[in-house]
Design a protein around this ligand. Structure first.
Ligand code: GDP
Length: 199
């Protein structure tokens, strides 16, 4: 699958504003600063794309990109954002939950975590929720270039151990090392996306 020609489609605030729920889409989620924009730029070889999602006013929207007809990437709001009034945050959380629970074309979730501190509270929450919904999750341990190979592998093994406890057959949950800076793990990510976006 060719990710180089991905185009911005629409920013949606609610499930109703999302594109027609046809075909397949894969959503990217993670704490703010986990490296989500960088990973999307690396994947699409397009620095402008994730910038689109970071445009003020779009950071808390569900940003849809088209890979080819009926195949989409979705950039979800980064969580852990500070300085937002509680009522507004609660509204975003509801919109996001509604999207995650009702979107039929959603075929998988890419969950990004900094390899140096993976599986924080909200990451665990996303993982538990996805497991209950039987939604496949692939974890990207980002910024792997910040660690030497040994510690990076230890982080991966620790995450995989938890995933195996949650999903003994490893059928719905998986993880890999990733670095946007060095392009580490890019083919593995592309393979996962291609399998989720094809039937
Ligand atoms: P987002 O908030 O999740 O979209 O995160 P960004 O993609 O904006 O990245 C947050 C910070 O981490 C930025 O300063 C990036 O330059 C840095 N960063 C992202 N990916 C990598 C990576 O693979 N290696 C290193 N060393 N830094 C990265």
């Amino acid at each position: 699958m060719n990710f180089n020609t991905v185009k911005f489609l629409i920013s949606a605030q609610t499930l109703q504003q999302c594109p027609a729920d046809n075909g397949y889409e894969v959503a990217f989620a993670g704490r703010s600063n986990a490296g989500k924009s960088s990973a999307i730029n690396t994947l699409t070889r397009n620095k402008g794309l994730a910038r689109t999602s970071k445009t003020p006013g779009r950071t808390q929207l569900i940003n849809h990109f088209e890979i080819e007809p009926d195949k989409r990437l979705v950039d979800l709001p980064g969580y852990g954002y500070a300085k937002v009034p509680k009522a507004l945050k609660a509204k975003w959380d509801r919109n996001l939950a509604e999207y995650l629970q009702n979107r039929s074309s959603l075929s998988g979730l890419i969950l990004l975590m900094d390899i140096r501190h993976p599986l924080q509270d909200y990451d665990q929450q996303m993982l538990n929720w996805a497991a209950q919904a039987r939604l496949p999750v692939h974890i990207l341990l980002t910024k792997a270039d910040k660690l030497k190979r040994g510690p990076a592998m230890n982080s991966l093994l620790g995450v995989e151990k938890l995933l195996r406890d949650m999903d003994p057959g490893f059928t719905l949950l998986s993880a890999q090392i990733f670095s946007s800076l060095k392009k580490t793990g890019l083919p593995e990510l592309e393979e996962k996306l291609t399998s989720w976006l094809s039937h």
